[in-house]
Unconditional design. Structure first.
Length: 230
């Protein structure tokens, strides 16, 4: 960057070329999945030599990291936009599904089968925590007024030895995933169950497992949301 804070022509060209490389990478992932990502194939598509492309991304893992970082940032922005001060879990659940349906390959890159041999850097975890924080906020608002309602949507007080209580006790001691959020154990449980069950539905839907079954996946998703937020 120059002293005036503006990109030089060379810097603009580098930024544009990196963006094009990422676009080509998404096309490859859509066609063959992330494990089949090839920088040499991208270079050939762009009329470049392999060594020339490696000046913009040092290797496959760096490119995958950029794609994952962009995907997580996109979801974090979508959840934050939906997370008004009084937003409930249902609103956030709908924002999650809209984001997933908008680009299934982006969803599967971050929530699908891990790429063999790839390990995400620590800053990816920090962005993931940004996504979870609004869910924990919303879950805390619910448990603050209905602490005895289980996260599975069934009414009635929990038994002191029931599965919900046992999970809450476990999460009270294993809350690293909450990244320091001060949520109560009941809110931790509700947010975690909410997150995992909705991702289960989305993964099945986006992978096409509901195709041909004759029902609308949106209705199933809405029903699950009603149970989870009752």
């Amino acid at each position: 960057m120059t002293a005036a804070g503006k990109e030089t022509p060379r810097e603009r060209y580098r930024t544009q070329l990196r963006a094009e490389i990422k676009e080509r990478a998404w096309e490859q992932i859509a066609a063959a999945g992330a494990p089949g990502l090839s920088l040499n194939a991208i270079a050939k598509q762009m009329g470049m030599s392999g060594p020339a492309l490696y000046r913009y991304f040092a290797g496959r893992d760096e490119l995958i990291t950029e794609l994952i970082r962009d995907a997580y940032r996109s979801l974090a922005d979508a959840i934050r936009s939906a997370a008004a001060p009084d937003a409930d879990l249902a609103v956030l659940g709908h924002a999650l599904r809209a984001w997933a349906l908008d680009d299934p390959q982006r969803y599967f890159l971050v929530y699908g089968t891990p790429v063999p041999g790839y390990h995400a850097p620590d800053d990816i975890t920090a962005i993931a925590a940004e996504i979870m924080a609004p869910l924990l906020d919303a879950a805390q608002r619910v448990t603050g007024t209905a602490a005895d309602t289980p996260a599975d949507g069934h009414s009635g007080a929990r038994s002191g030895s029931g599965p919900d209580t046992r999970l809450e006790a476990h999460l009270a001691e294993h809350r690293r995933w909450a990244a320091g959020h001060p949520a109560t154990p009941a809110a931790l449980r509700r947010a975690l169950v909410f997150w995992t069950r909705l991702h289960g539905l989305l993964s099945l839907e986006l992978a096409g497992h509901f195709t041909g079954m004759g029902f609308d996946p949106a209705e199933l998703y809405d029903s699950e949301l009603r149970h989870l937020t009752r």
